[in-house]
Design a protein around this ligand. Structure first.
Ligand SMILES: [Zn+2]
Length: 373
C-alpha cells in the first residue's frame, strides 16, 4: 500500500517544493511519512471540521492547498483553529500535506485549472521565475578506435532521464562541440584512458544541457554513473534566464472577445461567485490574465502583458487603482479563484495511484467569506 511519503513524492514531482515562494511552507505538515494510506481527503484549507470529515470517511491523509502551519508554532495547546487542527490530526493519526505556491507556479497547477474553467487558450506564464535554471557542461571521450562514438549519446540519455535537457515544451535539448582534452593521471588513479604520470591528449566532445536547479543532485549522480572517466570534469553554471514554464499567474486568450459585462457574467457562472468586484473598463475582453489566490502583486505584469482583464482575489482598495484604466481588474474572491485546485489534486493522485485507495473531495465548507446579496 502506498505511504504518505509516496504521496509527497508524487505531488512534488508535479509541483517541486523548490518552486514555492520564499515565505511559504508547503510539504508534509504533520503525520508519519511511513504510514500506509487508507484514503485521501482533498480541501483548500484544513480545519478541525475537515480532519473530522477525513475520519468519518475513512481517510488518514488530508491534502490541502494552504499550509495549515504557515507561521512557526510555539506551542500546541489548542488555543486557535490551527493548533486544534494539528492536535486533532496527530491524535487520530491523520497526516496533513500541503502544496501551495509550488502548485501555483507550475503548469498543470492552480492557474491552468482556472484557465480551463474560463476557457482560455494559448496560455503562458505571466511572471516567469528566474534563478531556477543551470547549465551543465561536461567532456566525453570521442575516440573512434574505442568505438565510443555513441558514448556522448549514452551520457546525454542518462542526463535527460534525470531531468536535464528540457527547454519549454522541447525535450532532449543539448549542444555539442568536438575538441581536444588534456590530462595527466596522478599517482593512485585508475584512468579509463592513459597511464599514471603520462600526459594524455584525447579527442573529446563537450556536451551542454540545461537543467532545473532542484534536479542538480540527481543529474550529477546520473552523470557520474554514465560517464566513463574516473574523475568526471564538469561545470555547473547557475543562469539568470527565466524558466518560461514556471512562475506566477498565466495569461491567455478567450475563444471570442466578450463585452466587459458578458465577461463578468462568465466569471460568475464559471467560478460560482455571486459578486465580482471590478474596475471600470469599456473595451471588449479577449486577452485575460489570471492568478488564483491573492494576486494583486501581478497587476503590473498583467498590464505589461497587454491583458484586457486580470482575474484574481484579495484585491485591496488602493490596489484597484493599479489597473490604471488599462484593464478590467476583477476580484472574484480568494476561495472562488482557487476552489478547483481540488480537481488538480484529485487528477494527480488518481493518475498516480489508480484506485488503490479513495481520493475524495471534502464537502466541509471552509470559505470564511459569506455573501449577502
Ligand atoms: Zn490561496
Amino acid at each position: 500500500m502506498p505511504t504518505v511519503q509516496d504521496l509527497a513524492r508524487l505531488l512534488e514531482a508535479a509541483a517541486p517544493l523548490a518552486y514555492q515562494e520564499s515565505y511559504d511552507n508547503a510539504g508534509l505538515q504533520c503525520g508519519d511519512p511511513q504510514a500506509e494510506i487508507t484514503g485521501v481527503l482533498i480541501t483548500l484549507d484544513c480545519t478541525p471540521a475537515v480532519v473530522a470529515e477525513a475520519l468519518r470517511r475513512g481517510c488518514n491523509v488530508v491534502v490541502a492547498h494552504h499550509p495549515v502551519i504557515f507561521r512557526p508554532l510555539k506551542r500546541l495547546i489548542g488555543a486557535n483553529e490551527v493548533e486544534q487542527t494539528i492536535i486533532a490530526a496527530l491524535k487520530n493519526d491523520v497526516a496533513i500535506y500541503a502544496a501551495h505556491t509550488n502548485l501555483d507556479n507550475v503548469r498543470g497547477g492552480v492557474n491552468d485549472k482556472l484557465a480551463e474553467k474560463l476557457g482560455l487558450t494559448k496560455t503562458r506564464v505571466l511572471a516567469p521565475q528566474s534563478g531556477t535554471l543551470a547549465r551543465l557542461i561536461t567532456y566525453v571521450p570521442n575516440r573512434p578506435e574505442d568505438q565510443q562514438a555513441d558514448l556522448a549519446d549514452r551520457v546525454l540519455a542518462a542526463l535527460y532521464a534525470a531531468g536535464a535537457g528540457q527547454v519549454g515544451q522541447y525535450a532532449d535539448c543539448s549542444f555539442r562541440t568536438a575538441g581536444t582534452g588534456t590530462f595527466t593521471p596522478g599517482v593512485g588513479t585508475q584512468p579509463a584512458i592513459g597511464t599514471v604520470n603520462q600526459p594524455e591528449i584525447v579527442p573529446e566532445v563537450r556536451l551542454e544541457v540545461l537543467l532545473p536547479l532542484h534536479r542538480q543532485a540527481a543529474v550529477l549522480r546520473a552523470l557520474r554513473a554514465a560517464h566513463p572517466y574516473e574523475e568526471v570534469a564538469y561545470e555547473l553554471i547557475k543562469l539568470e534566464n527565466v524558466h518560461t514554464e514556471v512562475g506566477a499567474g498565466l495569461v491567455g486568450e478567450l475563444p471570442t472577445a466578450l463585452a466587459p459585462a458578458a465577461f463578468r457574467q462568465l466569471l460568475k457562472q464559471q467560478l460560482l461567485v455571486p459578486v465580482v468586484r471590478h474596475t471600470a473598463f469599456e473595451q471588449d475582453i479577449k486577452t485575460v490574465a489570471i492568478c488564483g489566490g491573492a494576486g494583486a502583486f501581478l497587476i503590473g505584469a498583467a498590464r505589461a502583458a497587454g491583458a484586457d482583464a486580470y482575474v484574481t482575489g484579495d484585491v485591496k482598495y488602493h490596489e484597484f487603482f493599479g489597473a490604471e484604466g488599462q484593464l478590467m481588474l476583477c476580484d472574484v474572491g480568494h476561495f472562488e479563484s482557487e476552489q478547483f485546485t481540488s480537481e488538480v489534486f484529485q487528477d494527480l493522485l488518481t493518475a498516480g495511484f489508480g484506485r488503490t485507495f479513495a481520493v475524495l473531495i471534502s464537502e466541509t465548507p471552509t470559505n470564511p467569506v459569506q455573501y449577502d446579496c
